[in-house]
Design a protein around this ligand. Structure first.
Ligand SMILES: Nc1ncnc2c1ncn2[C@@H]1O[C@H](COP(=O)(O)OP(=O)(O)OP(=O)(O)O)[C@@H](O)[C@H]1O
Length: 378
């Protein structure tokens, strides 16, 4: 057992571990709506972030991620709905109650947002001085923060002398030194070289774990969200489509948009033959029968099924229920191959993972469905 509050994955609301009254979330959003021009950019967004949680906001370009982050930070106000930070109402039914600088929120941007005329140490100290911290405390915090991100020897360097990765570390040190209870990050790895991204990403997660602050991390990169976050909120056209832990999102997407945005695979038409029992249903896909996963209450009838690359296995010749598939492409992936398969029964290209010895492009093979997920909302 843990004392940490847990989040009810489907709703995104905080419950405590005993199922009792909710612990106070670091961030609570209800019915948040923002219209820009004639467009509803955020449409009744509900979201909770638990103290110490790392939540990724994931979605395609233009779905409203940055707008939501700006509202939380206080850089913009909502048209409707409510935001509470650590229980304190900051934006309430169209009124900004607390300005950005008084929200106790730290921000890390894609563009680093450092003051070019200040040294690294001055950049890190800036917010502390504005918060009227004493000189001794400010100096100690700046030194500790720069030490933590490995930039102690660059305290007197100007930002334009630093690499992109080092600049983003300064931005992280600035947040560390201010020690806010809530950290907002807007695509902090987007401007970095691919080889740096993993390292800085790991560092962001390490610092998050060390400080205990809650983090909301905006990205359109599913791998980043999967590797860094405790939970992922998938956004689609101004709405939260699903909030869940990475593995749950991959295994049990709520709808087609989420299934396509997170992970690879195909959406295939199927017939559910009998209602759900113990999380499974018998289905007919193509001419073959399989038993796959389904949400509680799934009924018999036509359905859409998600088949991830792990869901298909090659069928030895003559296996009952084997379905024909044509290998249209074979890609070497280090440990094995990823096959792209064309099959009349599937309606769209399928993917299948194999070992080192894989059928060649142009071969027709037999496959079995050994796993899958019935989409609750097609
Ligand atoms: N000032 C504005 N007036 C009208 N529409 C706007 C304005 N600012 C943003 N939008 C629209 O709001 C939508 C959401 O924008 P937002 O920047 O929040 O998306 P995003 O998910 O962060 O995208 P990206 O990943 O590309 O940054 C977009 O369709 C955008 O065109």
């Amino acid at each position: 057992m843990t004392d940490r509050p847990v989040l009810h994955a489907a709703s995104g609301m905080v419950r405590d571990t005993a199922g009792g009254p909710a612990a106070m979330p670091a961030l609570a959003i209800r019915g948040l709506t923002r219209r820009l021009g004639r467009k509803t950019v955020l449409d009744h967004v509900d979201l909770d972030v638990a103290p110490g949680e790392f939540l990724a906001l994931l979605g395609p370009s233009g779905c409203g991620k940055t707008t939501l982050l700006r509202l939380i930070a206080g850089l913009d106000g909502a048209d409707d709905g409510r935001i509470r930070i650590a229980g304190r109402p900051v934006d309430h039914d169209g009124r900004m109650l607390v300005p950005a600088e008084a929200r106790g929120v730290g921000m890390v941007f894609q563009s680093y947002a450092l003051w070019p005329q200040m040294t690294v140490a001055e950049n890190v100290a800036f917010a502390l001085k504005r918060a009227r911290r004493g000189p001794a405390e400010t100096a100690a915090r700046v030194t500790a923060a720069l030490d933590t991100v490995g930039l102690a020897e660059h305290a007197d360097t100007m930002p334009d002398r630093l690499s992109g990765g080092q600049r983003q570390r300064v931005a992280l040190a600035r947040v560390l030194a201010a020690a806010p209870a809530l950290v907002l990050m807007d695509e902090p790895l987007a401007n970095l070289d691919p080889h740096l991204r993993r390292g800085i990403g790991d560092e962001i997660r390490r610092l998050h774990d060390a400080t205990g602050a809650a983090t909301v991390y905006v990205t359109h990169d599913q791998t980043e969200a999967m590797t860094l976050a405790d939970r992922i909120a998938v956004m689609d056209q101004g709405r939260i489509a699903q909030v869940a832990a990475p593995a749950e999102l991959y295994d049990q997407p709520a709808d087609t948009a989420t299934a396509r945005f997170v992970g690879q695979g195909a959406m295939v038409s199927a017939m559910v033959l009998r209602g759900e029992t113990a999380g499974r249903v018998p289905v007919r896909i193509g001419g073959g029968d399989a038993v796959i996963r389904a949400a509680p209450g799934t009924l018999a009838g036509p359905a859409h099924v998600v088949l991830r690359p792990e869901a298909l296995v090659p069928a030895p010749a003559g296996t009952t229920g084997s379905l024909p598939a044509f290998v249209s492409r074979r890609t070497f992936e280090g440990g094995g191959h990823l096959l792209r398969l064309a099959a009349p029964w599937a309606g769209e290209p399928l993917l299948m993972r194999t070992g080192r010895h894989a059928p060649d492009t142009g071969e027709t093979i037999g496959v079995l469905v050994r796993d899958g997920w019935v989409l609750p909302r097609a």
